[in-house]
Design a binder for this molecule. Structure first.
Ligand code: THU
Length: 137
């Protein structure tokens, strides 16, 4: 169970990371905060590219930062995003990010989606049922 203070902190960091977003094409600014097994936190923002397909989402930025530092399993994720960084509705992770998360996270991992007031909560399994998986976990 993730403590409420930790959830609030993850949401605070995810919202703050929208300020780092590089999104000159969509102007849709996204931030993410990922809780590691040892309670350290890695953050990320979306990083767009003139070749649109080379864009990296905030969630994958956070995952890749953490994995490249040696982490292999995560306990929770918070996401915040909106046009020009205005957080109004929840910003659910895209399909590619859901697949990447499924490589390193259990189906019951909570994902918190910031809203103008409060947040929505899902598990990864709710967002990505019937996961494609080649490894025994
Ligand atoms: N984006 C994310 O960073 N995360 C998501 O889960 C949804 C989409 C970014 C990608 C792109 O830079 C912008 O939002 C608009 O699609």
């Amino acid at each position: 169970m993730i403590k409420q203070a930790t959830i609030d902190h993850l949401l605070f960091l995810a919202k703050g990371m929208t300020k780092q977003s590089y999104a000159p094409y969509s102007h849709f600014h996204v931030g993410a905060a990922l809780l590691c097994d040892d309670d350290s936190i890695y953050t990320g923002c979306n990083i767009e590219n003139a070749s649109y397909g080379a864009t990296n989402c905030a969630e994958r930025t956070a995952v890749f930062k953490a994995v490249s530092e040696g982490y292999r399993h995560f306990k929770a994720l918070a996401i915040a995003g909106g046009p020009e960084g205005e957080i109004d509705e929840a910003c659910p992770p895209c399909g590619i990010c859901r697949q990447v998360l499924s490589e390193f996270c259990d189906a019951d991992m909570p994902i918190y989606l910031a809203k103008s007031e409060g947040y929505d909560e899902y598990t990864l399994g709710q967002l990505l049922p019937l996961t494609f998986d080649l490894l025994e976990k």
